[in-house]
Design a protein around this ligand. Structure first.
Ligand SMILES: NC(=O)c1ccc[n+]([C@@H]2O[C@H](COP(=O)([O-])OP(=O)(O)OC[C@H]3O[C@@H](n4cnc5c(N)ncnc54)[C@H](O)[C@@H]3O)[C@@H](O)[C@H]2O)c1
Length: 324
């Protein structure tokens, strides 16, 4: 008996990395799985049916049920085809896991419009493209599980990833919004912000990681309360148990949440709410805002990306003198 016995799942981008681990565990837990993956390179180029076909073979060899799909989530027809394939092959659709992803890292001033559009299309629109057709059927059957993939790059911010970060932050907003649209019909919608060593993270140069760490923006994983390195195994398969739990009946009342899953550490993100407030009757003057923003709202808060020393910054001298 598995926790997903009889369930039918679409797992996008499950030919490799984190998605592969989820497809394998879902099948081991009794789900019938549509293994979607067009087998593209990290930047989204190319097409290779090998990875999805291989995962389907491995699932079948282990006694599970799976069927390969090679559509791109970036197209609405791709999302529709995956859901249709689930219904045509296995009779229904219960679970959608949106794992597919690409990277086109570039500083914003060098970014091409294509790099922006392509990353938004796979991640943000890719989530919509599967959720929309699945939600129609899930609403009718009064049951469903949707599990999305965000990132600390979107929830916190990262250098050179404005396209990816914007999409991943958008997925946070989409998760909370769709959860409110569908929760009343017995459907849950949650998101995972993972950390794992895959070919995707291998593309981030060590120099960039060091810079981010020095600036104190290395990501939520390193800021989380539990620091023991034993928990940070970074194996992509470590993300799968949480994705299976969220799809199980035991998670029926967990909705609209974003979880960090990194190695064997699972965390919950807080909902963005105003942290602090300042108030006065009437309009603020600039000197009053200078005082309130610096000395109340941002007291003890660090600028995640301060100007370099060699950059002449109007205002920095004034602050330096007033501190002296
Ligand atoms: N690995 C991490 O530490 C990490 C951190 C934060 C977020 N994420 C997110 O987790 C997810 C999985 O990442 P991963 O590290 O396993 O990456 P990965 O590159 O190993 O796997 C991603 C898979 O998505 C597939 N894919 C790409 N474009 C697609 C498309 N248009 N349609 C369908 N499939 C497509 C690729 O072919 C690939 O097999 C991604 O959404 C990623 O942004 C990963």
């Amino acid at each position: 008996m598995g926790v997903l016995d009889g369930k039918v799942a679409v797992v996008t981008g499950s030919g490799r990395g984190i998605g592969r681990g989820i497809a394998m565990l879902y099948a081991a837990e009794g789900a019938k799985v549509i293994v979607n993956d067009p087998g593209v390179a990290v930047d989204g180029s190319g097409h290779d049916e090998g990875p999805a076909a291989q995962v389907v073979n491995e699932i079948k060899e282990a006694g599970g049920e799976a069927s390969a799909n090679f559509d791109s989530v970036a197209k609405f027809s791709g999302g529709e085809n995956m859901v249709k394939q689930a219904v045509d092959t296995y009779g229904r659709i219960d679970i959608v896991v949106n794992v597919a992803g690409i990277l086109r890292d570039r500083m914003v001033f060098n970014m091409t419009h294509q790099e922006w559009d392509d990353v938004i299309a796979v991640h943000l629109k890719g989530h919509y493209n599967t959720i929309k057709p699945a939600s129609v059927l899930m609403r009718q059957q009064r049951y469903g599980r949707i599990i999305n993939f965000s990132s600390s790059s979107g929830l916190i911010g990262n250098t050179g990833q404005v396209n990816y970060g914007a999409a991943k932050a958008g997925i946070g907003g989409l998760t909370r919004g769709v959860a409110r649209d569908l929760g009343r019909y017995g459907i849950t919608v949650n998101s995972i912000s993972p950390g794992a060593a895959t070919r995707m993270t291998a593309t981030v140069p060590d120099a960039a990681r060091d810079l981010r760490a020095q600036a104190g923006v290395s990501g939520a994983a390193s800021n989380a309360p539990v620091q023991e390195s034993a928990f940070l195994r970074r194996d992509p398969d470590d993300v799968a148990p949480m994705a299976a739990f969220l799809a199980s009946d035991d998670a029926w009342n967990i909705n609209g949440q974003i979880f960090y899953v990194n190695g064997s550490r699972v965390g919950l993100t807080n909902h963005p709410v105003p942290e602090d407030g300042v108030f006065k009757p009437g309009l603020w003057t600039m000197p009053e805002l200078d005082d309130a923003v610096h000395n109340v709202l941002l007291k003890d808060k660090k600028n995640p990306a301060p100007p370099r020393e060699d950059v002449e910054v109007p205002g920095r001298d004034v602050d330096a003198k007033s501190l002296a």
